[in-house]
Design a protein around this ligand. Sequence first.
Ligand code: ATP
Ligand code: MG
Length: 587
Amino acid sequence: MTTNLNDNTPSSSNFIRTIVEKNIEQKLYKNKKWIGSPGNAEHQKNGSQDPATIRTRFPPEPNGYLHIGHAKSIYLNFGLAHDYQGACHLRFDDTNPEKEKKEFATSIINNVKWLGFDWKFKNETNLYYASNYFELMYQAAISLIQSGHAYVDQQTAEEIRENRGTLTSPGKNSPWRDHTVDEHLKLFKEMRDGKHANGLMVLRAKINMASPNINLRDPAIYRIKKATHHRTRDNWCIYPMYTFAHPIEDALEGITHSICTLEFEDQRPFYDWLLKQLKNNGLLNDPLPKQYEFARLNLTYVVLSKRRLIELVENNHVLGWDDPRMPTLAGARRRGYTPAGFKLFTDRIGVSKSDSWIDYSTLEDCMRETLNNSVHRRIAVLDPIKLIINNYPDNQEENCYAPNHPQQPELGKRIVKLTKELWIERGDFMEVPSKKYFRLFPGNQVRLRYGYIITCTDFKKDEQGNITTIFCDYLPNTKSGTAGANSIKVKGNIHWLSEKYAVNATINLYDRLFKTEQPGLSSDNYLDDLNENSAAQINVKLEENCKTIQPGDQYQFERHGYFIADIESKAHDIKINRTVTLRNQWK
Ligand code: ATP
Ligand code: MG
Protein backbone atom coordinates (compact mmCIF):
# COMPACT_ATOMS: atom_id res chain seq x y z
CA MET A 1 0.00 0.00 0.00
CA THR A 2 1.28 3.45 -0.86
CA THR A 3 0.47 6.63 0.96
CA ASN A 4 0.31 10.16 -0.22
CA LEU A 5 1.79 13.38 1.03
CA ASN A 6 0.33 15.25 3.98
CA ASP A 7 -2.18 12.61 5.01
CA ASN A 8 -2.55 8.88 5.09
CA THR A 9 -5.18 8.26 2.50
CA PRO A 10 -3.91 5.73 -0.01
CA SER A 11 -3.38 7.10 -3.51
CA SER A 12 -5.53 5.39 -6.03
CA SER A 13 -3.53 3.20 -8.30
CA ASN A 14 -3.04 4.06 -11.94
CA PHE A 15 -1.16 2.69 -14.93
CA ILE A 16 1.93 4.76 -14.20
CA ARG A 17 2.12 3.48 -10.63
CA THR A 18 1.82 -0.03 -11.99
CA ILE A 19 4.75 0.60 -14.34
CA VAL A 20 6.86 2.10 -11.55
CA GLU A 21 6.15 -0.82 -9.25
CA LYS A 22 7.05 -3.29 -11.97
CA ASN A 23 10.29 -1.46 -12.81
CA ILE A 24 11.34 -1.44 -9.17
CA GLU A 25 10.56 -5.14 -8.90
CA GLN A 26 12.63 -5.79 -12.04
CA LYS A 27 15.53 -3.96 -10.34
CA LEU A 28 15.97 -1.85 -13.48
CA TYR A 29 17.91 0.81 -11.62
CA LYS A 30 20.16 -1.50 -9.66
CA ASN A 31 23.31 -0.28 -11.39
CA LYS A 32 22.31 3.31 -11.85
CA LYS A 33 25.15 5.64 -10.95
CA TRP A 34 24.56 9.05 -9.48
CA ILE A 35 27.21 11.34 -8.14
CA GLY A 36 24.76 13.70 -6.52
CA SER A 37 24.35 16.21 -9.33
CA PRO A 38 23.32 16.14 -13.00
CA GLY A 39 25.86 15.43 -15.71
CA ASN A 40 26.94 13.15 -18.54
CA ALA A 41 28.53 9.69 -18.34
CA GLU A 42 31.94 11.17 -17.60
CA HIS A 43 30.52 13.19 -14.71
CA GLN A 44 28.61 10.24 -13.25
CA LYS A 45 31.49 7.79 -13.75
CA ASN A 46 32.62 7.77 -10.11
CA GLY A 47 29.14 8.00 -8.68
CA SER A 48 27.68 5.32 -6.48
CA GLN A 49 24.35 3.57 -6.54
CA ASP A 50 21.62 6.22 -6.79
CA PRO A 51 19.99 6.49 -3.34
CA ALA A 52 16.69 7.47 -4.99
CA THR A 53 14.58 4.45 -5.99
CA ILE A 54 13.17 6.39 -8.91
CA ARG A 55 13.58 9.91 -10.24
CA THR A 56 10.77 11.95 -11.74
CA ARG A 57 10.65 15.61 -12.62
CA PHE A 58 8.19 18.44 -13.03
CA PRO A 59 9.54 20.51 -15.93
CA PRO A 60 7.63 23.77 -16.44
CA GLU A 61 8.73 26.35 -18.91
CA PRO A 62 8.98 29.67 -17.02
CA ASN A 63 6.88 31.49 -19.60
CA GLY A 64 3.74 31.96 -17.53
CA TYR A 65 2.02 31.05 -14.31
CA LEU A 66 1.07 27.50 -13.44
CA HIS A 67 -2.52 26.49 -13.98
CA ILE A 68 -4.80 23.80 -12.59
CA GLY A 69 -3.62 21.34 -15.24
CA HIS A 70 -0.10 21.65 -13.89
CA ALA A 71 -1.39 20.66 -10.45
CA LYS A 72 -2.27 17.26 -11.89
CA SER A 73 1.26 16.82 -13.18
CA ILE A 74 2.76 18.09 -9.90
CA TYR A 75 0.76 15.66 -7.77
CA LEU A 76 1.60 12.84 -10.13
CA ASN A 77 5.35 13.43 -10.28
CA PHE A 78 5.99 14.51 -6.71
CA GLY A 79 3.48 11.97 -5.42
CA LEU A 80 5.26 9.07 -7.16
CA ALA A 81 8.64 10.14 -5.85
CA HIS A 82 7.25 10.45 -2.34
CA ASP A 83 5.45 7.12 -2.38
CA TYR A 84 8.37 5.11 -3.77
CA GLN A 85 11.26 6.71 -1.85
CA GLY A 86 12.39 8.55 -4.93
CA ALA A 87 13.31 12.10 -5.85
CA CYS A 88 11.30 14.55 -7.91
CA HIS A 89 13.23 17.39 -9.50
CA LEU A 90 11.82 20.80 -10.18
CA ARG A 91 13.35 21.71 -13.51
CA PHE A 92 12.84 24.91 -15.40
CA ASP A 93 12.70 24.04 -19.03
CA ASP A 94 14.11 27.39 -20.06
CA THR A 95 15.39 26.72 -23.54
CA ASN A 96 13.23 29.35 -25.22
CA PRO A 97 14.81 32.69 -24.43
CA GLU A 98 12.20 35.13 -25.70
CA LYS A 99 9.22 34.32 -23.53
CA GLU A 100 10.83 33.36 -20.27
CA LYS A 101 11.19 35.51 -17.21
CA LYS A 102 12.45 35.27 -13.67
CA GLU A 103 9.07 36.49 -12.40
CA PHE A 104 7.49 33.33 -13.80
CA ALA A 105 10.12 31.06 -12.29
CA THR A 106 9.58 32.65 -8.87
CA SER A 107 5.82 32.21 -9.05
CA ILE A 108 6.24 28.56 -10.10
CA ILE A 109 8.45 27.86 -7.09
CA ASN A 110 5.87 29.47 -4.80
CA ASN A 111 3.00 27.54 -6.33
CA VAL A 112 4.69 24.16 -6.05
CA LYS A 113 5.60 24.86 -2.43
CA TRP A 114 2.06 26.01 -1.74
CA LEU A 115 0.75 22.67 -2.96
CA GLY A 116 2.94 21.11 -0.30
CA PHE A 117 5.89 19.85 -2.29
CA ASP A 118 9.57 20.13 -2.01
CA TRP A 119 12.30 19.02 -4.39
CA LYS A 120 14.85 18.13 -1.72
CA PHE A 121 15.95 14.54 -1.47
CA LYS A 122 18.38 13.60 1.31
CA ASN A 123 21.09 16.24 0.89
CA GLU A 124 20.21 17.09 -2.72
CA THR A 125 18.34 20.24 -3.65
CA ASN A 126 17.16 19.13 -7.08
CA LEU A 127 16.12 22.50 -8.40
CA TYR A 128 17.52 22.69 -11.90
CA TYR A 129 17.54 24.86 -14.99
CA ALA A 130 17.79 23.36 -18.44
CA SER A 131 19.87 26.40 -19.43
CA ASN A 132 22.63 25.07 -17.15
CA TYR A 133 23.00 22.20 -19.60
CA PHE A 134 23.48 24.31 -22.74
CA GLU A 135 27.16 23.42 -22.98
CA LEU A 136 26.44 19.70 -22.54
CA MET A 137 23.67 19.90 -25.12
CA TYR A 138 26.05 21.59 -27.51
CA GLN A 139 28.59 18.81 -26.92
CA ALA A 140 25.85 16.26 -27.54
CA ALA A 141 25.04 17.93 -30.86
CA ILE A 142 28.70 17.88 -31.88
CA SER A 143 28.95 14.21 -31.05
CA LEU A 144 25.91 13.49 -33.21
CA ILE A 145 27.50 15.34 -36.12
CA GLN A 146 30.70 13.40 -35.60
CA SER A 147 28.95 10.06 -35.55
CA GLY A 148 27.06 10.98 -38.72
CA HIS A 149 23.74 11.48 -36.96
CA ALA A 150 23.26 15.20 -37.47
CA TYR A 151 23.87 17.76 -40.20
CA VAL A 152 23.54 21.46 -40.83
CA ASP A 153 20.77 22.08 -43.30
CA GLN A 154 20.84 25.28 -45.33
CA GLN A 155 17.47 24.85 -46.95
CA THR A 156 14.99 27.63 -46.27
CA ALA A 157 12.25 26.96 -43.75
CA GLU A 158 9.86 26.69 -46.64
CA GLU A 159 12.01 24.14 -48.48
CA ILE A 160 12.31 22.10 -45.34
CA ARG A 161 8.55 22.12 -44.96
CA GLU A 162 7.99 21.15 -48.59
CA ASN A 163 10.51 18.35 -48.46
CA ARG A 164 9.15 16.88 -45.28
CA GLY A 165 6.48 14.94 -47.19
CA THR A 166 3.05 14.14 -45.82
CA LEU A 167 1.35 11.41 -43.84
CA THR A 168 0.95 9.46 -47.06
CA SER A 169 4.11 10.40 -48.97
CA PRO A 170 7.75 10.18 -47.88
CA GLY A 171 9.94 13.27 -47.55
CA LYS A 172 12.96 14.17 -49.68
CA ASN A 173 16.52 14.26 -48.48
CA SER A 174 18.03 17.70 -48.14
CA PRO A 175 20.82 18.44 -50.66
CA TRP A 176 23.04 19.31 -47.67
CA ARG A 177 22.40 16.04 -45.87
CA ASP A 178 25.36 14.16 -47.29
CA HIS A 179 28.01 16.81 -47.09
CA THR A 180 31.02 15.80 -45.03
CA VAL A 181 31.13 15.62 -41.27
CA ASP A 182 33.85 18.27 -41.26
CA GLU A 183 31.72 20.70 -43.22
CA HIS A 184 28.80 20.24 -40.82
CA LEU A 185 31.07 20.61 -37.82
CA LYS A 186 32.51 23.79 -39.20
CA LEU A 187 29.10 25.26 -39.99
CA PHE A 188 27.67 24.31 -36.62
CA LYS A 189 30.57 26.04 -34.89
CA GLU A 190 29.95 29.08 -37.05
CA MET A 191 26.30 28.99 -36.01
CA ARG A 192 27.40 29.02 -32.43
CA ASP A 193 29.85 31.85 -33.06
CA GLY A 194 27.07 34.04 -34.39
CA LYS A 195 28.37 34.08 -37.97
CA HIS A 196 24.96 33.39 -39.50
CA ALA A 197 21.62 35.12 -39.33
CA ASN A 198 18.53 33.76 -37.62
CA GLY A 199 16.84 31.09 -39.71
CA LEU A 200 19.62 30.75 -42.27
CA MET A 201 20.42 27.19 -41.26
CA VAL A 202 19.43 24.61 -38.68
CA LEU A 203 21.02 21.53 -37.26
CA ARG A 204 18.93 18.45 -37.98
CA ALA A 205 19.13 14.90 -36.75
CA LYS A 206 19.89 12.49 -39.56
CA ILE A 207 17.35 9.71 -39.26
CA ASN A 208 15.02 8.80 -42.10
CA MET A 209 13.12 11.13 -44.43
CA ALA A 210 10.81 8.25 -45.34
CA SER A 211 9.82 7.31 -41.82
CA PRO A 212 6.09 6.82 -41.33
CA ASN A 213 6.50 8.92 -38.16
CA ILE A 214 7.01 12.46 -39.42
CA ASN A 215 8.82 13.32 -36.18
CA LEU A 216 11.64 11.05 -37.32
CA ARG A 217 12.10 12.77 -40.69
CA ASP A 218 15.29 14.52 -39.71
CA PRO A 219 13.83 16.78 -37.02
CA ALA A 220 15.52 20.14 -36.35
CA ILE A 221 17.49 20.03 -33.12
CA TYR A 222 19.25 23.41 -32.97
CA ARG A 223 18.33 26.77 -34.38
CA ILE A 224 19.94 30.18 -34.53
CA LYS A 225 18.20 32.66 -32.30
CA LYS A 226 20.00 35.87 -31.45
CA ALA A 227 18.14 36.53 -28.26
CA THR A 228 19.08 37.32 -24.69
CA HIS A 229 18.28 34.57 -22.25
CA HIS A 230 17.10 35.51 -18.75
CA ARG A 231 19.86 33.41 -17.18
CA THR A 232 22.62 32.84 -19.74
CA ARG A 233 22.28 36.37 -21.14
CA ASP A 234 24.13 36.59 -24.48
CA ASN A 235 26.33 33.52 -24.08
CA TRP A 236 24.39 31.68 -26.73
CA CYS A 237 22.91 32.57 -30.06
CA ILE A 238 21.85 29.04 -30.86
CA TYR A 239 19.24 27.25 -28.81
CA PRO A 240 18.24 23.56 -28.73
CA MET A 241 14.74 22.56 -29.82
CA TYR A 242 12.46 21.22 -27.11
CA THR A 243 12.42 17.71 -28.55
CA PHE A 244 16.21 17.56 -28.43
CA ALA A 245 16.69 19.34 -25.13
CA HIS A 246 14.11 17.51 -23.07
CA PRO A 247 15.43 13.93 -23.34
CA ILE A 248 18.95 15.20 -22.65
CA GLU A 249 17.79 17.12 -19.57
CA ASP A 250 16.10 13.96 -18.32
CA ALA A 251 19.19 11.85 -18.95
CA LEU A 252 21.63 14.27 -17.34
CA GLU A 253 19.44 14.34 -14.24
CA GLY A 254 19.17 10.57 -14.04
CA ILE A 255 15.40 10.67 -14.46
CA THR A 256 13.90 7.18 -14.59
CA HIS A 257 10.30 8.04 -15.48
CA SER A 258 9.75 11.05 -17.69
CA ILE A 259 6.04 11.63 -17.48
CA CYS A 260 4.39 13.93 -19.98
CA THR A 261 1.05 14.54 -21.64
CA LEU A 262 -0.30 12.53 -24.56
CA GLU A 263 0.57 15.00 -27.29
CA PHE A 264 4.20 13.89 -26.90
CA GLU A 265 3.45 10.26 -27.65
CA ASP A 266 4.60 10.65 -31.27
CA GLN A 267 7.85 12.15 -30.02
CA ARG A 268 8.73 9.08 -27.97
CA PRO A 269 10.54 7.28 -30.84
CA PHE A 270 12.78 10.32 -31.24
CA TYR A 271 13.31 10.52 -27.48
CA ASP A 272 14.53 6.91 -27.51
CA TRP A 273 16.52 7.32 -30.73
CA LEU A 274 18.39 10.34 -29.44
CA LEU A 275 19.32 8.89 -26.06
CA LYS A 276 20.45 5.65 -27.68
CA GLN A 277 22.76 7.53 -30.09
CA LEU A 278 24.22 9.56 -27.25
CA LYS A 279 24.77 6.39 -25.28
CA ASN A 280 26.49 4.80 -28.28
CA ASN A 281 28.64 7.91 -28.51
CA GLY A 282 29.69 7.43 -24.89
CA LEU A 283 27.95 10.51 -23.52
CA LEU A 284 25.28 8.69 -21.53
CA ASN A 285 24.98 5.46 -19.60
CA ASP A 286 22.24 2.96 -18.99
CA PRO A 287 19.66 2.98 -17.59
CA LEU A 288 18.30 5.68 -19.89
CA PRO A 289 15.12 7.54 -18.94
CA LYS A 290 11.84 6.37 -20.43
CA GLN A 291 8.97 8.58 -21.42
CA TYR A 292 5.37 7.79 -20.37
CA GLU A 293 2.33 9.73 -21.46
CA PHE A 294 -0.90 10.44 -19.63
CA ALA A 295 -4.03 12.38 -20.52
CA ARG A 296 -3.81 16.05 -19.77
CA LEU A 297 -6.46 17.67 -17.63
CA ASN A 298 -9.21 19.37 -19.57
CA LEU A 299 -11.57 21.30 -17.36
CA THR A 300 -14.89 22.75 -18.52
CA TYR A 301 -15.64 26.50 -18.34
CA VAL A 302 -11.97 27.52 -18.26
CA VAL A 303 -8.99 27.43 -20.59
CA LEU A 304 -5.86 25.60 -19.52
CA SER A 305 -3.30 26.75 -22.00
CA LYS A 306 -0.60 29.17 -21.06
CA ARG A 307 -0.87 30.91 -24.38
CA ARG A 308 -4.52 31.71 -23.77
CA LEU A 309 -3.97 32.64 -20.16
CA ILE A 310 -1.30 35.10 -21.29
CA GLU A 311 -3.83 36.56 -23.72
CA LEU A 312 -6.44 36.97 -20.98
CA VAL A 313 -3.95 38.85 -18.84
CA GLU A 314 -2.31 40.95 -21.53
CA ASN A 315 -5.61 42.04 -23.06
CA ASN A 316 -7.07 42.90 -19.64
CA HIS A 317 -9.93 40.44 -19.74
CA VAL A 318 -8.98 39.71 -16.15
CA LEU A 319 -7.20 41.81 -13.55
CA GLY A 320 -3.97 39.81 -13.57
CA TRP A 321 -2.46 36.36 -13.23
CA ASP A 322 -3.88 36.00 -9.74
CA ASP A 323 -7.33 37.29 -10.56
CA PRO A 324 -9.51 34.92 -8.50
CA ARG A 325 -11.40 33.89 -11.63
CA MET A 326 -8.25 32.69 -13.37
CA PRO A 327 -7.58 28.94 -13.49
CA THR A 328 -4.01 29.65 -12.45
CA LEU A 329 -2.80 28.29 -9.13
CA ALA A 330 -2.16 31.88 -8.05
CA GLY A 331 -5.77 32.81 -8.91
CA ALA A 332 -7.15 29.68 -7.28
CA ARG A 333 -5.23 30.43 -4.13
CA ARG A 334 -6.53 33.98 -3.97
CA ARG A 335 -10.02 32.61 -4.59
CA GLY A 336 -9.67 30.34 -1.57
CA TYR A 337 -9.09 27.02 -3.28
CA THR A 338 -6.85 24.86 -1.12
CA PRO A 339 -4.01 22.37 -1.60
CA ALA A 340 -6.15 19.76 0.19
CA GLY A 341 -8.93 20.39 -2.32
CA PHE A 342 -6.53 19.98 -5.24
CA LYS A 343 -5.20 16.78 -3.77
CA LEU A 344 -8.69 15.34 -3.42
CA PHE A 345 -9.43 16.47 -6.97
CA THR A 346 -6.37 14.82 -8.50
CA ASP A 347 -7.09 11.62 -6.60
CA ARG A 348 -10.68 11.68 -7.73
CA ILE A 349 -10.03 12.31 -11.44
CA GLY A 350 -7.24 9.74 -11.60
CA VAL A 351 -4.60 9.30 -14.28
CA SER A 352 -5.54 7.73 -17.58
CA LYS A 353 -4.35 7.30 -21.09
CA SER A 354 -7.33 8.78 -22.90
CA ASP A 355 -8.33 12.41 -23.10
CA SER A 356 -11.54 13.47 -21.44
CA TRP A 357 -13.17 16.55 -20.00
CA ILE A 358 -13.69 16.98 -16.30
CA ASP A 359 -16.64 19.07 -15.24
CA TYR A 360 -15.66 22.17 -13.33
CA SER A 361 -18.18 21.25 -10.63
CA THR A 362 -16.00 18.25 -9.72
CA LEU A 363 -13.27 20.67 -8.70
CA GLU A 364 -15.76 22.82 -6.78
CA ASP A 365 -17.10 19.76 -4.98
CA CYS A 366 -13.58 18.90 -3.85
CA MET A 367 -13.06 22.42 -2.53
CA ARG A 368 -16.41 22.33 -0.70
CA GLU A 369 -15.69 18.96 0.84
CA THR A 370 -12.28 19.90 2.15
CA LEU A 371 -13.31 23.40 3.28
CA ASN A 372 -16.35 22.01 5.05
CA ASN A 373 -14.06 20.09 7.38
CA SER A 374 -11.43 22.71 7.84
CA VAL A 375 -12.99 26.15 8.21
CA HIS A 376 -14.96 27.85 10.97
CA ARG A 377 -18.45 29.23 10.51
CA ARG A 378 -19.40 32.87 10.58
CA ILE A 379 -22.50 34.87 9.75
CA ALA A 380 -22.75 37.28 6.85
CA VAL A 381 -25.81 39.05 5.57
CA LEU A 382 -25.28 39.57 1.88
CA ASP A 383 -28.44 41.49 1.00
CA PRO A 384 -29.36 43.24 4.23
CA ILE A 385 -32.82 44.44 5.20
CA LYS A 386 -33.73 45.81 8.62
CA LEU A 387 -35.70 43.73 11.13
CA ILE A 388 -37.00 45.35 14.31
CA ILE A 389 -38.14 43.33 17.32
CA ASN A 390 -41.07 45.35 18.68
CA ASN A 391 -41.06 43.86 22.15
CA TYR A 392 -37.30 43.78 22.71
CA PRO A 393 -36.12 46.49 25.14
CA ASP A 394 -34.37 49.38 23.39
CA ASN A 395 -30.94 49.17 24.90
CA GLN A 396 -30.87 45.53 25.84
CA GLU A 397 -28.27 43.24 24.35
CA GLU A 398 -27.54 39.64 25.05
CA ASN A 399 -25.16 36.93 24.01
CA CYS A 400 -26.15 34.13 21.69
CA TYR A 401 -23.79 31.22 21.23
CA ALA A 402 -22.96 29.94 17.77
CA PRO A 403 -20.81 26.84 17.27
CA ASN A 404 -17.65 27.44 15.25
CA HIS A 405 -18.25 24.14 13.50
CA PRO A 406 -21.51 22.20 13.79
CA GLN A 407 -19.82 18.80 13.40
CA GLN A 408 -16.78 19.63 15.52
CA PRO A 409 -18.03 20.82 18.94
CA GLU A 410 -14.46 20.76 20.23
CA LEU A 411 -13.85 23.89 18.16
CA GLY A 412 -16.03 25.78 20.63
CA LYS A 413 -18.60 28.50 20.31
CA ARG A 414 -18.46 32.20 19.68
CA ILE A 415 -20.66 34.98 20.89
CA VAL A 416 -23.04 36.77 18.57
CA LYS A 417 -24.82 39.78 20.08
CA LEU A 418 -28.58 40.12 19.86
CA THR A 419 -30.12 43.61 19.93
CA LYS A 420 -33.46 45.15 19.05
CA GLU A 421 -32.49 46.11 15.48
CA LEU A 422 -31.10 43.43 13.22
CA TRP A 423 -30.05 42.79 9.65
CA ILE A 424 -31.56 39.81 7.90
CA GLU A 425 -31.45 38.67 4.27
CA ARG A 426 -33.95 40.35 2.00
CA GLY A 427 -34.69 36.92 0.56
CA ASP A 428 -35.80 35.63 3.94
CA PHE A 429 -38.98 37.72 3.79
CA MET A 430 -41.92 37.60 1.41
CA GLU A 431 -44.90 39.88 1.51
CA VAL A 432 -47.02 37.17 -0.05
CA PRO A 433 -45.40 33.77 0.47
CA SER A 434 -45.06 31.37 -2.39
CA LYS A 435 -45.87 27.70 -1.90
CA LYS A 436 -43.56 25.92 0.52
CA TYR A 437 -42.00 29.18 1.66
CA PHE A 438 -41.29 28.69 5.36
CA ARG A 439 -39.43 31.83 6.20
CA LEU A 440 -40.76 35.24 7.24
CA PHE A 441 -44.09 36.58 6.02
CA PRO A 442 -46.77 38.42 7.93
CA GLY A 443 -48.13 36.19 10.66
CA ASN A 444 -45.48 33.48 10.27
CA GLN A 445 -42.98 32.29 12.86
CA VAL A 446 -39.31 31.45 12.29
CA ARG A 447 -36.31 30.98 14.49
CA LEU A 448 -33.55 33.55 14.59
CA ARG A 449 -30.70 31.07 14.46
CA TYR A 450 -29.02 30.69 17.90
CA GLY A 451 -31.66 33.08 19.28
CA TYR A 452 -35.43 33.28 19.68
CA ILE A 453 -38.52 32.41 17.76
CA ILE A 454 -40.13 35.49 16.27
CA THR A 455 -43.53 36.22 14.74
CA CYS A 456 -43.70 38.66 11.84
CA THR A 457 -46.16 41.40 12.66
CA ASP A 458 -45.74 44.01 9.96
CA PHE A 459 -43.47 45.56 7.34
CA LYS A 460 -42.85 48.98 5.81
CA LYS A 461 -42.28 50.07 2.23
CA ASP A 462 -40.71 53.16 0.70
CA GLU A 463 -42.35 55.33 -1.98
CA GLN A 464 -41.14 53.05 -4.74
CA GLY A 465 -42.74 50.09 -3.06
CA ASN A 466 -39.50 48.50 -1.86
CA ILE A 467 -39.68 46.85 1.50
CA THR A 468 -37.44 48.72 3.92
CA THR A 469 -38.19 47.36 7.39
CA ILE A 470 -39.79 44.27 8.83
CA PHE A 471 -41.32 44.13 12.30
CA CYS A 472 -41.70 41.19 14.60
CA ASP A 473 -42.36 40.08 18.18
CA TYR A 474 -40.08 37.62 19.89
CA LEU A 475 -41.16 34.84 22.23
CA PRO A 476 -38.97 35.24 25.32
CA ASN A 477 -39.06 31.58 26.44
CA THR A 478 -37.76 30.11 23.21
CA LYS A 479 -34.06 30.90 23.17
CA SER A 480 -31.84 28.24 21.59
CA GLY A 481 -30.00 26.22 24.17
CA THR A 482 -32.63 26.79 26.89
CA ALA A 483 -35.33 24.45 28.17
CA GLY A 484 -38.04 26.29 26.27
CA ALA A 485 -36.28 26.12 22.92
CA ASN A 486 -38.39 23.24 21.70
CA SER A 487 -41.72 24.41 23.09
CA ILE A 488 -42.76 25.63 19.67
CA LYS A 489 -41.81 24.01 16.37
CA VAL A 490 -41.09 26.23 13.38
CA LYS A 491 -40.01 25.31 9.87
CA GLY A 492 -37.84 28.32 9.09
CA ASN A 493 -34.48 29.16 10.61
CA ILE A 494 -32.86 32.37 9.43
CA HIS A 495 -29.56 34.08 10.15
CA TRP A 496 -29.26 37.67 11.34
CA LEU A 497 -26.81 40.20 12.66
CA SER A 498 -27.11 42.98 15.20
CA GLU A 499 -27.30 46.31 13.42
CA LYS A 500 -25.19 47.81 16.18
CA TYR A 501 -22.35 45.29 15.97
CA ALA A 502 -22.28 44.23 12.33
CA VAL A 503 -19.16 45.09 10.34
CA ASN A 504 -19.21 46.40 6.78
CA ALA A 505 -17.38 44.55 4.03
CA THR A 506 -17.42 44.09 0.29
CA ILE A 507 -17.68 40.66 -1.24
CA ASN A 508 -16.61 39.66 -4.70
CA LEU A 509 -19.07 37.09 -5.96
CA TYR A 510 -17.25 35.15 -8.64
CA ASP A 511 -18.81 33.04 -11.26
CA ARG A 512 -17.33 30.96 -14.05
CA LEU A 513 -14.96 32.79 -16.32
CA PHE A 514 -16.49 31.32 -19.48
CA LYS A 515 -20.12 30.66 -20.19
CA THR A 516 -19.61 27.57 -22.34
CA GLU A 517 -18.23 24.21 -21.33
CA GLN A 518 -15.51 24.19 -23.96
CA PRO A 519 -14.63 27.80 -24.71
CA GLY A 520 -14.13 28.34 -28.41
CA LEU A 521 -15.64 25.02 -29.46
CA SER A 522 -18.73 26.38 -31.17
CA SER A 523 -17.67 29.99 -31.49
CA ASP A 524 -14.61 30.76 -33.57
CA ASN A 525 -12.89 32.59 -30.80
CA TYR A 526 -12.78 31.38 -27.23
CA LEU A 527 -12.84 35.01 -26.09
CA ASP A 528 -16.39 35.29 -27.44
CA ASP A 529 -17.37 32.80 -24.76
CA LEU A 530 -16.19 34.89 -21.84
CA ASN A 531 -18.86 35.27 -19.16
CA GLU A 532 -19.33 39.03 -18.81
CA ASN A 533 -20.95 38.47 -15.44
CA SER A 534 -18.15 36.53 -13.84
CA ALA A 535 -17.50 39.11 -11.14
CA ALA A 536 -19.97 41.12 -9.09
CA GLN A 537 -19.28 43.19 -6.03
CA ILE A 538 -21.73 43.62 -3.17
CA ASN A 539 -21.73 45.47 0.15
CA VAL A 540 -22.49 43.18 3.02
CA LYS A 541 -22.64 42.92 6.80
CA LEU A 542 -20.43 40.53 8.73
CA GLU A 543 -20.61 39.46 12.34
CA GLU A 544 -18.49 41.41 14.78
CA ASN A 545 -16.01 38.55 15.12
CA CYS A 546 -14.89 39.25 11.56
CA LYS A 547 -13.59 42.68 12.48
CA THR A 548 -10.06 41.30 12.82
CA ILE A 549 -10.19 39.14 9.69
CA GLN A 550 -6.78 38.88 8.01
CA PRO A 551 -5.96 38.34 4.34
CA GLY A 552 -6.17 34.62 3.64
CA ASP A 553 -8.57 33.81 6.49
CA GLN A 554 -11.25 31.41 5.34
CA TYR A 555 -14.77 30.86 6.62
CA GLN A 556 -18.04 29.33 5.77
CA PHE A 557 -20.65 32.07 5.88
CA GLU A 558 -23.65 30.10 7.02
CA ARG A 559 -26.20 29.34 4.31
CA HIS A 560 -24.02 31.08 1.70
CA GLY A 561 -20.83 29.21 1.00
CA TYR A 562 -17.08 29.43 1.51
CA PHE A 563 -15.22 32.72 1.53
CA ILE A 564 -11.70 34.04 1.93
CA ALA A 565 -10.38 37.46 2.91
CA ASP A 566 -8.63 38.88 -0.14
CA ILE A 567 -4.92 39.68 -0.08
CA GLU A 568 -5.85 43.37 -0.30
CA SER A 569 -8.27 43.27 2.63
CA LYS A 570 -7.60 45.82 5.39
CA ALA A 571 -9.07 46.49 8.83
CA HIS A 572 -11.39 49.27 7.65
CA ASP A 573 -11.79 48.04 4.12
CA ILE A 574 -12.60 44.37 4.42
CA LYS A 575 -12.58 42.61 1.07
CA ILE A 576 -13.84 39.07 0.79
CA ASN A 577 -13.86 36.67 -2.14
CA ARG A 578 -16.44 33.99 -2.54
CA THR A 579 -14.62 30.72 -3.07
CA VAL A 580 -17.60 28.53 -3.81
CA THR A 581 -21.28 28.42 -2.95
CA LEU A 582 -22.60 25.79 -0.54
CA ARG A 583 -24.23 23.85 -3.33
CA ASN A 584 -23.75 23.68 -7.06
CA GLN A 585 -25.84 26.61 -8.29
CA TRP A 586 -24.69 26.57 -11.87
CA LYS A 587 -27.14 24.05 -13.34
P1 ATP B 1 0.53 24.86 -21.71
O1 ATP B 1 0.00 24.02 -22.82
O2 ATP B 1 -0.48 25.37 -20.79
O3 ATP B 1 1.48 25.92 -22.16
P2 ATP B 1 2.74 23.31 -21.20
O4 ATP B 1 2.75 21.84 -21.25
O5 ATP B 1 3.28 23.95 -22.38
O6 ATP B 1 1.33 23.85 -20.83
P3 ATP B 1 4.84 23.39 -19.37
O7 ATP B 1 5.28 24.48 -18.49
O8 ATP B 1 5.73 22.96 -20.44
O9 ATP B 1 3.47 23.88 -19.96
O10 ATP B 1 4.32 22.15 -18.53
C1 ATP B 1 4.98 21.60 -17.44
C2 ATP B 1 4.41 20.24 -17.20
O11 ATP B 1 3.04 20.29 -16.89
C3 ATP B 1 4.57 19.35 -18.41
O12 ATP B 1 5.11 18.11 -18.01
C4 ATP B 1 3.17 19.20 -18.92
O13 ATP B 1 2.98 17.95 -19.50
C5 ATP B 1 2.32 19.37 -17.68
N1 ATP B 1 1.02 19.91 -18.02
C6 ATP B 1 0.75 21.05 -18.68
N2 ATP B 1 -0.57 21.21 -18.88
C7 ATP B 1 -1.17 20.14 -18.31
C8 ATP B 1 -2.52 19.71 -18.17
N3 ATP B 1 -3.55 20.41 -18.67
N4 ATP B 1 -2.75 18.54 -17.53
C9 ATP B 1 -1.74 17.84 -17.03
N5 ATP B 1 -0.46 18.17 -17.12
C10 ATP B 1 -0.16 19.31 -17.75
MG1 MG C 1 5.04 23.20 -23.07
